[in-house]
Write a protein that binds this ligand. Structure first.
Ligand code: MV4
Length: 453
């Protein structure tokens, strides 16, 4: 096992990784920007290295600064968390060249799954259901038109370097095709430096359901069920839960098999997520694979009892998974609400100094956060400041616990979206489990959801 790990991240996930290291008896190194000197991840790590000024590209995204910090502290491995360098194949390569273990999959797998058209091709070859569309990257708008005729409209043009909704364009009819192809390709070129795009049939009002998978270096791959992630706004997830109200045992079994096939097809080693769209007729399609630990991993931990971060670390150290597929049982129901420092009406970030911080607790409640009273929420980073997770024996109990926890969660000094989350978990369609990726748009338009009622 590793003696010392450097955590190339900040905030709640850096702290979460520190707790896992403590339980494994591993020393930790925190890195931080000058904006994060007083952050909790810095306080609780065994060692700390300041790696640069507040801007991401000069600190948390600065590959040579992070690698240097690992070298001067004699760390053996790097945990990237999520975001920042977590899905940067170049960083994983540099780690390897410097004799550091990157706690994640190989650079090749990161690169392949990061190219969304290549990932799609790999899944078609493996027999995983994908949305009807182009075989790979489109060569020309003429080729796009030909494929469009065979699959029909409406369509979606997606950037191969995209993911998470960036560089996507809807094409409702043939007349829109040239314009939207050029718009998607232009935006992708500007945003990612790669103008390549591919085509998929548009799935209307899908649910976003992802499967947690984990594979070890011995070739064992298991799944840890799904997370329902349909409640999002502009591709930012707000609330996730497990199990999904849309799955029965049969559909769950078939989607889990597809997720395992996907992971095995790329010899996946690490915790990973296979994302699917589920349409109204119950058909599901692979869309992307994420090669990192995800923000919403606590939902899975709360219903399976498995510590995903500890497993990631063990796997990176060459140890086999500590459990088999038949050991993985789903017990109860878990819901996660992301708490963001933002104006609940405008969704604009609300950085500043927290004055009062009363965290909720009690039965079935888990709060992952690096906040404390008098902590400063800097303006330079993501506005998510806490993840509130409620577990109950049933979905109903999880909802009641979440409401109770949100009601007793006091954050003053910055605005938060707690009022928005309170409204979501009291909304009738949510309580009935009648949700899709269109939920938030409808919710925000309605008199109650908009706060206008
Ligand atoms: C789609 C789709 C409908 N049809 N693909 C958005 C983010 C990226 N991961 C994929 N996304 C979508 N791909 C086809 N062929 C609808 C979405 C989508 C979506 C997906 C997941 C979660 C929220 C979403 C919100 C809007 C659109």
């Amino acid at each position: 096992m590793f003696r010392k790990i450097l955590i190339a991240n900040r905030g709640e996930i850096a702290l979460r990784i520190i707790w896992a290291c403590r339980e494994l008896g591993i020393k930790t190194v925190a890195v931080h920007s000058t904006a994060d000197t007083d952050s909790l991840h810095v306080k609780f790590a065994d060692e700390e290295v300041c790696i640069g000024p507040p801007r991401n590209d000069e600190s948390y995204l600065n590959v040579s600064a992070v690698i240097s910090a690992a070298e001067i502290t004699d760390a053996e491995a790097v945990h990237p968390g999520y975001g920042f360098l977590a899905e940067n194949a170049h960083f994983a390569e540099v780690c390897r060249e410097c004799g550091l273990t990157f706690i994640g999959p190989s650079p090749d797998v990161i690169r392949n799954m990061g190219d969304k058209a290549a990932a799609r091709r790999a899944m078609v070859a493996a027999g995983v259901p994908t949305v009807p569309g182009s075989e790979g990257t489109l060569d020309s708008v003429e080729q796009a038109a030909e494929i469009a005729e065979t699959i029909g409209y409406p369509l979606l043009i997606k950037a191969t370097a995209g993911g998470g909704g960036r560089g996507m364009r809807i094409v409702l009819e043939p007349d829109d095709l040239v314009r939207q192809y050029e718009a998607a390709s232009g935006e992708a070129g500007a945003a990612f430096g790669v103008p390549d795009v591919y085509l998929e049939k548009l799935v209307l009002e899908p649910r976003h359901i992802e499967f947690q998978v984990i594979g070890d270096a011995q070739g064992n791959v298991v799944h840890l069920f799904e997370r329902e992630c349909s409640i999002q706004r502009r591709h930012q997830k707000l609330l996730e839960e497990c199990p999904s109200t849309a799955l029965d045992d049969d559909l769950r079994g078939r989607m889990a098999e597809a997720a395992l096939t996907a992971a095995r097809a790329v010899n996946y080693v690490n915790a990973g997520t296979v994302e699917f769209l589920l349409d109204k007729s119950g058909d599901f399609y692979f869309i992307e694979m994420n090669t990192r630990i995800q923000v919403e991993h606590p939902v899975t931990e709360m219903v399976t009892g498995i510590d995903l971060i500890k497993e990631q670390i063990r796997i990176a150290a060459g140890e086999p998974l500590s459990f088999t597929q038949s050991d993985v049982k789903m017990s109860g129901h878990a819901i996660e609400c992301r708490v963001n420092a933002e104006d609940p009406d405008t969704f604009r970030p609300s950085p500043g100094q927290i004055s009062t911080f009363h965290p909720p607790g009690g039965p079935g409640i888990r709060l992952d956060t690096a906040c404390y009273a008098e902590a400063v929420v800097p303006p330079y980073y993501d506005s998510m400041i806490a993840k509130l997770v409620a577990r109950g024996n049933t979905r109903g109990e999880a909802i009641l616990r979440m409401r109770r926890a949100l009601d007793s969660f006091v954050v003053e000094g910055v605005r938060t979206n707690i009022p928005l989350q309170q409204r979501i978990v009291s909304e009738e369609d949510f309580v009935r489990g009648r949700i899709s990726t269109a939920f938030m748009e409808r919710f925000l338009e309605s008199p109650v959801g908009s706060g206008k009622g």
